[in-house]
Design a protein around this ligand. Sequence first.
Ligand SMILES: NC(=O)c1ccc[n+]([C@@H]2O[C@H](COP(=O)([O-])OP(=O)(O)OC[C@H]3O[C@@H](n4cnc5c(N)ncnc54)[C@H](OP(=O)(O)O)[C@@H]3O)[C@@H](O)[C@H]2O)c1
Length: 236
Amino acid sequence: MKNVVVIGANGAIGSAFVSSYVNDSNIENIFSLGRAEIKHSSNKIKHFIADITDESAIANFACSLDFRLDEVIIATGILHADGINPEKSIRDIDVKTFSEVLRINTIGPAIIGKHLLPLLNNQSKSVMAFLSARVGSISDNKLGGWYAYRASKSALNQVIKNFSIEIGRRNKHAIVIGFQPGTVDSNLSKPFQKNVNKDKLFTPEFSVEKMEQVIKNLTFEDSGNIFDWSGDIINP
Ligand SMILES: NC(=O)c1ccc[n+]([C@@H]2O[C@H](COP(=O)([O-])OP(=O)(O)OC[C@H]3O[C@@H](n4cnc5c(N)ncnc54)[C@H](OP(=O)(O)O)[C@@H]3O)[C@@H](O)[C@H]2O)c1
């Protein structure tokens, strides 16, 4: 039986991961973390309330996990918020926005890795998967714009690679990857869905089902890579 963690459990993708784990008979314990109470109800779930950039709260969360972890999903992130919009032009670059996006999309996940990577199962396959984004790929950047979000995801991808190298030295069962989930219907994507074809806009459930398939097929050699929802590697 497996123990899993979902960070960002109230987001569209995080919540779909929790639902999928609730219905999976191989999962015994689901440790979820969000900034508010969780909507799901299941006796498998133990929910914690914390901000991912509050390191002492994350350290306390990690200390309370007295199980080896088999899957950890980090599904937090921002693209827009009150007073924050992705930059369309050089003119829009702003210190406060840039710092906040990096704080949530890069530094928060790095803090999660710092405290939870040592808890990954070292007796059988374990996976830590960070929700990244295709726009974090520098070689794939054809459109420009979205300076802070793109930079935060490129930096996250570098953190993922570093984690895979360091943890891989002492835990040969631990796999650390990033995911591009597709364009998924969520609060994060809502303002940018106008130009997306209906068949290209995934439900969170569909995206999660595909990512679970990718996780199932991962081997240790895959660690450090960024995968899209279909299992293709996204180049840095
Ligand atoms: N949707 C897409 O099309 C798409 C495409 C590419 C990549 N992604 C990536 O997928 C991930 C999940 O996005 P989503 O579409 O599921 O968006 P979402 O529904 O807006 O979920 C984002 C989650 O992040 C949480 N969060 C933000 N700041 C936080 C903080 N400081 N501490 C704790 N939690 C925090 C939010 O918590 P609250 O519920 O408390 O606000 C929310 O649960 C993101 O990393 C995003 O960049 C999404």
